[in-house]
Design a protein around this ligand. Structure first.
Ligand SMILES: *Cc1c(COP(=O)(O)O)cnc(C)c1O
Length: 376
């Protein structure tokens, strides 16, 4: 039997809620379940205004439009991140300035940040890798000093915090993902978080194909029309119905993931003590949301051998990410310094199977196989 890397967990009420959405007679966007999801995020995490989107990628694209990012603008993002964050700004014609990860974990190296800021810099967009907060105090300080927008790619960061602040609530704007590989899922889906009120009105327009249809449906105007650029960024209420069932079970999902994560951590700690691998580092200011269990191998060669060893035992462990500055699309355009940590995480980081239904027996197979690998 194959041990998969991920398995989408269905809480039980998804289909019933989707049926209710169908029976309500409104299955396009911003129906009853979308409203419930929006309220959930605003109440539970203290987010500003929330808008479901068809993906986190779309939420990031909306952000780039909202901030009027265009040719000549520079956006600082980590090289060790997902392509959607870079693409959102590339699509607007901006120049991407890649920053290295820090040596302790894959988040932005804040020491390198100020040196990358130029008169053309508009945005700093950290990700919170594995749901572990980036060093936001230093990033906020620089955004204030140089008058830059702060965007949080909180795709992986649901239910996690920087000090006492929920991730996603800190930047001017933020984006979250409900892709089936995340903690809370809707197949495909995302969230735009608008913490700075001045973007609310235009966010609604961009999300509704550049029209003021949202205002029209609230009865605030008597006809709607084309007033700005935009696209169709809102999901069907069927997706929201599925998502709402997940959100209602967020506590049990997080509790289970914590058990699995902590069990891996405890079992692999002796290998770290022996200097064989490096386990995730949580800074004092960060909490864990148990999104990813990863460790960093000593070398790329070791990781390759370990992945092959696990594959032979039908265990699917996977790496993350190819550094974006070395990607086929970008490598010829990249003019910056070597990003040694980004390259090291790209070469040496390994993620283990991590999903709600991972039983202790199956998890033991994974753990025992890793221990056996390092004994040889
Ligand atoms: C998953 C992910 C995304 C993209 O999310 P989608 O909902 O699949 O578009 C973006 N950024 C990061 C850091 C992610 O992990």
């Amino acid at each position: 039997m194959m041990i998969p890397f991920n398995k989408p967990y269905i809480t039980g009420n998804e289909l019933q809620y989707m049926m209710q959405a169908v029976q309500s007679g409104k299955i396009s966007g911003d129906g009853m379940f979308s409203e419930r999801c929006h309220a959930f995020f605003q109440e539970k995490f203290g987010f500003g205004r929330c808008y479901l989107t068809t993906s986190c990628t779309d939420a990031l694209e909306m952000i780039a439009i909202l901030l009027n990012i265009g040719h000549g603008d520079e956006v600082i993002i980590p090289s060790f991140s997902f392509v959607s964050l870079a693409n959102a700004f590339v699509l607007r014609g901006a120049d991407i300035v890649f920053i290295d990860s820090n040596s302790k974990n894959p988040n932005i190296d804040v020491e390198a940040l100020e040196g990358l800021i130029t008169p053309r810099t508009k945005v700093i967009a950290p990700i919170h890798y594995a749901g572990i907060a980036a060093d936001m105090d230093r990033i906020i300080e620089l955004c204030q000093k140089y008058d830059l927008f702060l965007i949080e790619d909180a795709a992986q960061a649901i239910d996690s915090k920087f000090n006492d602040k929920p991730l996603g609530s800190i930047g001017d704007l933020g984006a979250m993902s409900f892709h089936e590989t995340k903690n809370i899922i809707a197949g495909e889906g995302g969230l735009l978080i608008v913490n700075n009120d001045k973007y609310i009105e235009r966010a609604e327009i961009i999300r509704e194909k550049g029209t003021n249809r949202s205002k029209f449906f609230r009865g605030e105007i008597d006809k709607y029309g084309w007033i700005d650029i935009g696209s169709s960024f809102l999901p069907s209420d069927l997706i929201a119905a599925f998502l709402y069932a997940q959100l209602e079970n967020i506590n049990s999902i997080q509790t289970r993931r914590a058990e699995i994560w902590n069990r891996y951590y405890g079992a692999l700690k002796p290998l770290e003590n022996d200097g064989k691998l490096i386990l995730p580092h949580l800074p004092d200011f960060a909490t864990n949301n148990y999104h990813i269990f990863y460790f960093v191998c000593e070398t790329h060669g070791v990781r390759t051998k370990l992945m092959r060893f696990l594959a032979e035992k039908s265990i699917n462990a996977v790496f993350h990410y190819q550094p974006l500055h070395l990607s086929p699309y970008f490598k010829d355009k990249y003019k910056g310094p070597e990003l040694v940590n980004s390259v090291r995480y790209g070469d040496c980081l390994l993620r283990l199977p991590m999903y709600y239904e991972l039983t202790p027996d199956i998890q033991d197979e994974v753990i025992d196989s890793i221990i056996k690998f390092y004994q040889n």
